[in-house]
Ligand binder design. Structure first.
Ligand code: IVH
Length: 690
């Protein structure tokens, strides 16, 4: 407790009142820290966001009233303090060295042999872990409190980025242990998860701010912000992979034991680590992580092998700046430079005309790449990709290769900016229909619909794909022939127009494979409503939405007659998706195809769905704003939905009620402007009871 006391002041607290406030503050901090740990380290959230926010605000309020009780390890101090002019430099107690790299199995074998020879052993135990593609940092905990965080810098001195690292929620500001060590330096990597990176770039775009090229750059830029309040808004995370200087730490005889110790202190350590034996074990781990690489939530550029025994590590020592006891085994590069030979276009299932760069063949990410998507005109403008440019191409796993950036220094003379609409003279290169770009859309589209053979082909391929009707054997080459020879004009023709004779007459179609396809078509007729909806290829309706629609409506007939308003009662269906669905089913051509498909024998089991017959708020849209006196926002939303209503995020003419609490802002103003009925919590309760 601080010794400070204000003698006799009118508002001074008695020592016992202050003690109880101190206790309240402590309890709130503990609860928030516990939740941060569960959410950011274990990835197992335990509190609803609203409850977390409430605890946080309560703590903030107490600390504002009692600023003398604020400590640097309080969760409130994570939001970022005042900006710095420059970062101080920090000398590392123990140098932060780098790793030698191996690309080939032979280099790896040489590493293992050298270590075995030096140690005079037949086989070595290794601790193995991913090589995170982020930035190395070191955290200093003194008596359990985070006192400093620094970048690696040149390995000997780095930059003091403590205020920025305090904003990273997975980094504990206090170690949860009864007897914390006097000193513990934790080494690890700061990074941004792939999904958070995408969201961050979307936000940057919405704010018309610079986009980041990849999660690593975004993490680096965020960590080196002089204003920690900006860093606090960036989704940085952290994995520990080593220990630096220590005092009063239990004896740790292996790297894996050191990592277990960090886990026991609630520091985030990646779960993908393992202990393996000998060269075989290393190669096996490399392959197993390699096959998971694209499904990992973060970018890695290889794996790291460390001799597990600390005794053996010490025996092996260092050469220049890298340990002899560890090595990074890198994955093949996922980015490479090549030349754009031409820019052509492809027409997709929904008629989107996508520009594609034809490339001088280049080996990247383990395969030879000859094409890369350029996405749309906005992307081309942003990167200013031109024919003749040297570009950096990225290929991550099964994802379509893309052009990351142009190497402007290598641009030849006489190149011209690329204009998609101009280059195709405003017509679809496949069917000659008008090509247009709608005002609020990035894509240029062919207006030919299913008249356009390219769209017809894509629609059939989508219809037959594994997660849709799952027709085995109906692949690209075959669909090309079916459409080009006018055998299949629409989706239903796939079931009604194909027979052994027509199929066997096609290129590369033996009778056996023709029969297999017919069998597969027969089998596919028995399906689920969700698959069928998804297979139709309705714009904005993916697999998840199709499942939601199935769950909600249960029957196709109910879905066919649903209005946009009805559709918006389905969880996660907003106005845009609802509009696409209504438009699709209004089209008489689509109605005919659906009828023909059902006549051809496609069937599924129908259910009664989840449509609530009618609640007090059926068909009503409400908007919640401000803080309600007793109900949390989640709770209010649940009650409204149970009564058949829908909660929307923004006020429009279609909003039936706005429920406003304390500190309601622009949404309340908007409601008043539009004359929408405004309710308070009591009003909402009365409405629900009707
Ligand atoms: S250990 C003395 N483990 O790789 C050994 N480093 O080239 C020090 N890195 O700057 C590093 N994942 O940023 C280690 N699991 C991991 C790693 C890792 C990524 C980075 C780190 C370091 C660089 C070394």
């Amino acid at each position: 407790m601080s010794g400070h006391e204000q003698q006799g002041g009118l508002f001074s607290e008695t020592p016992s009142a202050e003690a109880s406030i101190q206790q309240q503050i402590q309890a709130l901090r503990d609860e928030i820290r516990r939740n941060d740990y569960q959410y950011y380290v274990l990835d197992e959230p335990s509190l609803p966001d609203s409850e977390y926010d409430r605890l946080f605000r309560e703590l903030q309020a107490l600390e504002t009233a009692h600023p003398d009780l604020i400590t640097p390890d309080s969760p409130t101090q994570r939001v970022g303090g005042s900006p710095l002019k420059a970062f101080d430099s920090v000398t590392h107690r123990v140098a932060m060295l780098s790793l030698n790299n191996a690309f080939e199995d032979t280099e790896l074998a040489a590493f293992d042999k050298r270590a075995r020879d030096t140690l005079g052993v037949a086989s070595i135990e290794y601790a193995v872990e991913p090589k995170f593609d982020g930035l190395a940092i070191t955290l200093t905990y003194e008596h359990g409190i985070l006192t400093q965080g620094a970048t690696r810098g040149d390995g000997y001195t780095g930059e003091n980025v403590t205020s920025n690292l305090r904003t990273v929620r997975s980094i504990p500001t206090k170690l949860e242990v009864a007897n914390p060590p006097a000193l513990l330096e934790v080494r690890g990597e700061v990074l941004i998860f792939k999904r958070d990176f995408e969201k961050l770039n979307q936000d940057q775009q919405a704010k018309s701010e610079k986009l980041f090229a990849n999660p690593r750059n975004a993490a680096a830029g965020s960590l080196r912000q002089l204003d920690p309040r900006i860093t606090a808004t960036r989704p940085l995370t952290f994995f520990a992979y080593g220990v630096g200087a220590t005092e009063g730490v239990p004896v740790l005889s292996s790297h894996s034991a050191a990592m277990d110790y960090l886990v026991s202190l609630q520091l985030p350590v990646c779960k993908e680590r393992a202990v393996v034996h000998a060269l075989d074990g290393l190669i096996h781990y490399y392959q197993s992580i390699g096959s998971k690489r694209n499904d990992l939530p973060f970018d890695i550029d290889g794996v790291v092998y460390k001799v597990n025994s600390i005794g053996q590590q010490n025996e092996l020592g260092f050469v220049s700046r890298a340990p002899r006891w560890a090595i990074a085994h890198k994955f093949p590069a996922q980015e490479a430079l090549t030349e754009v030979l031409a820019i052509e276009v492809q027409v997709g299932r929904t008629g989107a005309i996508t520009p594609v760069a034809r490339l001088h063949p280049v080996f990247v990410g383990g395969v030879t790449v000859t094409n890369a998507t350029l996405h749309n005109q906005d992307e081309i403008d942003r990167k200013d990709v031109r024919v003749g440019d040297t570009v950096s191409v990225r290929r991550a796993g099964d994802v379509i290769p893309e052009v990351v950036s142009v190497i402007l220094e290598r641009r030849p003379e006489g190149t011209k900016p690329y204009q998609l609409l101009e280059s195709i003279q405003h017509v679809c290169p496949i069917c000659g229909s008008h090509a247009i770009r709608l005002e609020d859309e990035a894509a240029v589209r062919c207006t030919g619909g299913l008249f356009c053979p390219a769209q017809r082909k894509q629609a059939i391929l989508h219809f037959a794909s594994r997660r849709a009707m799952d027709v085995e054997g109906l692949g690209e080459k075959l669909v090309d022939q079916l459409v080009d020879n006018h055998l299949v004009q629409n989706l239903a023709d796939v079931y009604t127009k194909l027979n052994l004779e027509t199929l066997s007459s096609l290129d590369r179609m033996a009778e056996k494979s023709a029969q297999n396809l017919l069998d597969a078509l027969q089998v596919s007729k028995r399906t689920t409503l969700a698959r069928f909806i998804y297979a139709l290829g309705i714009r904005n309706v993916g697999e998840a939405t199709a499942k939601d629609l199935e769950r909600y409506f249960g029957k196709l007939d109910a879905l066919l007659i649903a209005s946009a308003e009805d559709l918006q009662q389905v969880p996660d269906v907003g106005p845009i998706v609802a509009e696409s669905i209504v438009e699709f089913f209004l089209e008489s051509h689509n109605q005919e195809v659906i009828a023909a498909l059902i006549a051809a024998g496609i069937h599924w089991e129908e259910t009664s769905g989840k449509q609530t017959a009618s609640g007090a708020l059926t068909g009503k849209t409400l908007v919640l704003t401000g803080t309600l006196p007793t109900m949390s926002r989640e709770h209010a939303k649940e009650m409204i939905e149970q009564a058949g209503g829908k909660v929307s995020g923004s006020v429009s003419k279609k909003t039936h009620y706005v429920v406003a609490g304390a500190e309601a802002g622009s949404k309340l103003e908007r409601a008043q402007e539009l004359g929408v009925t405004v309710l308070d919590e009591a009003g909402l309760v009365a409405l629900l009871a009707e």
